[in-house]
Design a protein around this ligand. Structure first.
Ligand SMILES: C[C@H](O)[C@H](O)[C@H]1CNC2=NC(N)=NC(=O)C2=N1
Length: 112
């Protein structure tokens, strides 16, 4: 399997399958800094990025927004002084799709 960060998101239809337990186990190992959360029954990927101040947190936030628009797949973002919490899941299937793992890997690439 090629690197997740080099893959492109596929159009995720409402009837697209969620990742299976075995796919989840394989994919989560490829993004070791990310955790899995379940909120209102929706499985999500989440990572907290730390920054020196609010301005740098906002720079990262805006870069992430550009990435999301380019892939037309959008995260939850909480931007605070010195940190940004990024949450990926697929709204259309109310859970995790391979797209979310691809976008988590692409998010890590923003750090250079
Ligand atoms: C309304 C719009 O079509 C949807 O939000 C698109 C675009 N961005 C998206 N982002 C995410 N994370 N999941 C989706 O299902 C999704 N679908």
């Amino acid at each position: 399997m090629s690197k997740l960060s080099e893959m492109k998101c596929e159009a995720c239809q409402a009837d697209a399958p969620k990742v299976s337990d075995s796919e989840l186990a394989e994919l989560i190992r490829m993004i070791p800094d990310w955790g899995v959360e379940v909120r209102d029954g929706v499985m999500q990927l989440e990572r907290v990025y730390k920054f020196k101040n609010f301005k740098l947190a906002m720079v990262f936030t805006n870069e992430l927004a550009e990435l999301a628009e380019a892939e037309f797949h959008h995260p939850g973002i909480l931007t605070e002084w010195g940190k940004v919490t990024v949450t990926w899941w697929s709204h259309s299937i109310k859970g995790l799709h391979k797209n979310d793992f691809i976008m988590a890997a692409k998010t890590d690439q923003l750090l250079g």
